[in-house]
Design a binder for this molecule. Structure first.
Ligand SMILES: Nc1ncnc2c1ncn2[C@@H]1O[C@H](COP(=O)(O)OP(=O)(O)OP(=O)(O)O)[C@@H](O)[C@H]1O
Length: 774
């Protein structure tokens, strides 16, 4: 089971759980035994638990000695104190002596008790003639008790030799054998109960209050039960605390490791898992694992301790009813087998359905605007309902099956109880089984059944948690395809001379991991500090892909990219990315304030740097207009600022770190022409030592760049300045003509037919550019 792997490193907590649960199981298994004592000893035997009385009149002790072997009688004699004023002797031996005396005294007491109930004269002296019997009857009546028996035997013994009566002290041992042999199968129980009656008599004679004896016993047993119950509760609480703490710590560590790993992922790994699935894995899956781990550290460990302990006690209580337990377990196994067969496949599917549900929900929530714009609420509602319904139906099905489990189990348990009471009742009736023992037995059998049931129920839940564990493990076992260089090959210049910012692509080709065709082929160019390199091309020609290779979001498939002549794969990822200020095409601000967003790369940067970055990015105006200025809140994703403001803050964020290479991936598209031109003018002036790489769709944005690369279908089809390209590159000319009039381009002839409003706007902006551009 993969889920148990997560317990690695928490061995001590596992051990603590085991010890606590073992102690709890022991306490709980002791309780039925104590309850049985209360019923059998406390109630049935009046609280007298031993055949060795604590106090006994001296003459009764002598009577008991008559039926004991010489050694036992001697030990008994030595274990009791001398007579007190009332002729009562007290037991002075220890527990060992008591247990040695227990059996012989019980048997002797049973005999004394039996005989003292009165033995018919003819039973005792059957061998004598009728005349003798009549003489004895005349002396003692129809029956004799032990005192009479002894004195008569002594009288016979002291009669002259040749007397016809064969009685003598030896006949007592004959009588003992005769009485014992009459006891039959349930002899032990009969001996015990008669001995207890004898002890009661002895206590009464010794002047003890039997009520006090009984109450004292019940109180002490009750207190012992209470102590065990409290200890069991304490163990349960500590075990629950340990289980919750351990599993919460494991879940916390898993979430931490998972997020750490996800943060290291390149876009390729993100695509492999999908954001929705990663969120499900970090939340729902880890929650499943946590829940099952709590159960493992509580119930899964407890059930075997309890079950095995109960089995031992069932087997050591010889009732002859063990077969009922076997039948009950077989019935439970069949019931659970059927349920597992029905629910297991559903449980396995559950996690992927949760995933799907999250995926659809996330897509709908993030795409709420286009959904409304296209009036597709009903369609999306149906789509979500379908995912939701499938998940709900699976939940309902499995829950229905599981609810059936409980009544089925109750039927089995109650039938088992009835069976034990029915068949055990005969044993009680025959005197071979005591009521308390029967009650304890029922309890133990229930414990065995419950443990078995819990274990099988958990084995239904484990596969689901195992699926979750597997999914989390899958993320943890995935390493980013973009790796840091090894310390031996790593090159660092950040601390010493610093990077100058010359980026060179050397015959670079790139194919996306799952794509069959390369997206970029044989790209070579150099972007130098203080110069602007622009990249233009039609949609989908590979512009973003090209610049994403620079901060190593993907690694080149062929060729190499160098920073100041050093292959970027030899530069530590953090150092490389600190040297490159990348403004992605997809705008992304974080929840917080304007300040926290601009200072995102280095929260400790001075405010002056932040303000300067905002000023270059043309963001000062709108920030100052806000009442809270730089402390104005930013919602998640920057949804409370306009597209242009969002873009300006993203640019400021990149500028604030003063990188040596600045990459703008279509980052000016949401800016109006005026802001676009002023921003680039500011950039040229205040970030003059950085290499600027600008990806754009608008000719006006890039026409003044030092070098323009024209990309078409992943290849560079033209390079040079604006003027050079207008002359030499038909692709560039085509793009230029679609945006600017022939006049503005300085070309002869008419403007392109499709020239529209954009071109008009661009025309007027082109004139604005003249002043600010380099
Ligand atoms: N993660 C990806 N996996 C596979 N193919 C991709 C992936 N991302 C982009 N592509 C493909 O690579 C090609 C280039 O995409 P890219 O985003 O670089 O184009 P672009 O020139 O920046 O386009 P635009 O101007 O519209 O932003 C496209 O055909 C696109 O379908």
């Amino acid at each position: 089971m993969k889920i148990f792997k997560f317990l690695k490193g928490h061995g001590i907590n596992f051990l603590i759980a085991l010890v606590l649960l073992f102690a709890q199981a022991n306490c709980e298994l002791t309780l039925p035994g104590l309850m049985s004592n209360i019923v059998d000893v406390g109630i049935s035997q009046g609280g007298i638990e031993s055949a060795v009385p604590d106090e006994i009149p001296s003459d009764q002790l002598q009577q008991v000695a008559l039926f004991m072997d010489a050694d036992d009688a001697e030990l008994m004699e030595a274990s009791y104190s001398g007579k007190d004023a009332n002729g009562v002797r007290s037991f002075a031996g220890d527990d060992e002596v008591r247990s040695r005396l227990e059996e012989p005294m019980a048997e002797a007491e049973m005999l004394v008790y039996q005989i003292n109930q009165g033995i018919p004269v003819e039973d005792w002296a059957a061998a004598e003639g009728a005349e003798t019997l009549d003489a004895i009857r005349a002396q003692v009546g129809d029956t004799v008790d032990l005192a009479e028996l002894v004195s008569l035997s002594e009288a016979f013994a002291s009669a002259e030799a040749g007397h016809p009566v064969s009685m003598g002290p030896g006949s007592l041992s004959d009588m003992r054998e005769q009485l014992v042999s009459q006891l039959g199968d349930n002899g032990d129980t009969i001996i015990e109960s008669r001995a207890i009656e004898f002890v009661k008599d002895a206590y009464r004679e010794a002047g003890l209050d039997l009520n006090d004896v009984q109450t004292g016993y019940l109180f002490s047993e009750g207190m012992t039960m209470l102590a065990y119950a409290l200890l069991s509760a304490l163990c349960a609480i500590l075990a629950a605390f340990n289980a919750s703490k351990t599993s919460a710590a494991i879940a916390r560590d898993l979430r931490h490791d998972l997020y750490e790993r996800v943060l290291s992922f390149s876009p390729a790994e993100m695509e492999k898992f999908s954001a929705a699935s990663l969120i499900t894995r970090a939340t729902n899956d880890i929650q499943q694992i946590q829940m099952v781990l709590v159960m493992c550290l509580r119930i899964v460990l407890f059930a075997p301790c309890m079950g095995l302990g109960a089995v031992v006690r069932v087997l050591t209580t010889p009732t002859g009813l063990e077969w009922i337990l076997v039948v009950a377990i077989v019935a439970i196994a069949i019931t659970i087998g059927i349920l597992m067969g029905l629910t297991m496949p559903k449980f396995r599917r559950m996690q992927s359905l949760v995933d799907r549900n999250n995926l659809v929900a996330r897509e709908i929530v993030t795409g709420i605007m286009p959904i409304r714009a296209f009036g597709r609420q009903d369609y999306e509602q149906d789509r979500y309902d379908q995912a939701n319904r499938e998940l709900t139906n699976t939940y309902i099905f499995t829950n229905r099956c599981m609810t059936f489990l409980m009544p089925a189990m109750l039927i089995v348990m109650n039938a088992t109880t009835i069976g034990i009471v029915w068949f055990g009742g005969h044993g009680v009736d025959a005197g071979g089984l005591m009521v308390g023992d029967l009650m304890a037995y029922i309890n133990y059998v229930m414990q065995v059944i419950m443990s078995f049931m819990i274990l099988t129920m958990i084995s239904v839940m484990l596969p689901r948690a195992d699926v979750a564990a597997e999914r989390v493990q899958e993320v943890l076992a995935t390493y980013s395809s973009i790796e840091d260089p090894s310390p031996e090959t790593s090159v660092s210049r950040e601390r010493e001379e610093g990077w100058r910012g010359t980026i060179a692509y050397n015959d670079v080709s790139f194919t996306y991991p799952d794509a069959s065709e390369p997206t970029l082929e044989h790209i070579s160019f150099t972007a130098r500090p203080g110069k602007t390199t622009a990249i233009i091309g039609s949609t989908g020609c590979g512009k973003s892909t090209l610049v994403q290779l620079m901060p190593r979001l993907y690694d080149v498939t062929e060729g190499s990219i160098t920073l100041d002549g050093v292959d970027i794969r030899s530069i530590g990822l953090k150092e490389l990315r600190r040297s490159i200020g990348y403004v992605p095409q997809k705008r992304m601000l974080f929840s917080g304030t304007i300040e926290s967003n601009i200072k995102y790369g280095d929260p400790s940067m001075p405010d002056a740097d932040m303000v300067e970055a905002a000023s270059i990015a043309q963001a000062t105006e709108f920030i100052d207009a806000k009442p809270d200025g730089y402390q104005s809140p930013i919602a998640q994703g920057g949804s409370n600022v306009s597209g242009g403001q969002n873009q300006r803050l993203s640019i400021a964020r990149a500028l604030a770190c003063r990188p040596k290479v600045l990459v703008f991936d279509d980052s000016f598209s949401a800016l109006d022409y005026k802001t676009d031109s002023v921003l680039r003018a500011e950039l040229a002036e205040r970030a003059s030592d950085a290499a600027l790489i600008i990806v754009a769709q608008r000719i006006a944005t890039i026409m003044h760049a030092d070098e323009i690369l024209v990309l078409d279908d992943g290849r560079i089809v033209g390079r040079g300045t604006h003027e050079e390209l207008l002359r030499s590159c038909p692709e560039y000319l085509e793009i230029a003509k679609s945006q600017l009039s022939a006049d503005e381009l300085g070309l002869e002839g008419d403007a392109p037919a499709e020239q529209g409003a954009v071109a008009e706007g661009a025309a007027s902006d082109a004139s604005i550019l003249e002043g600010g551009e380099r």
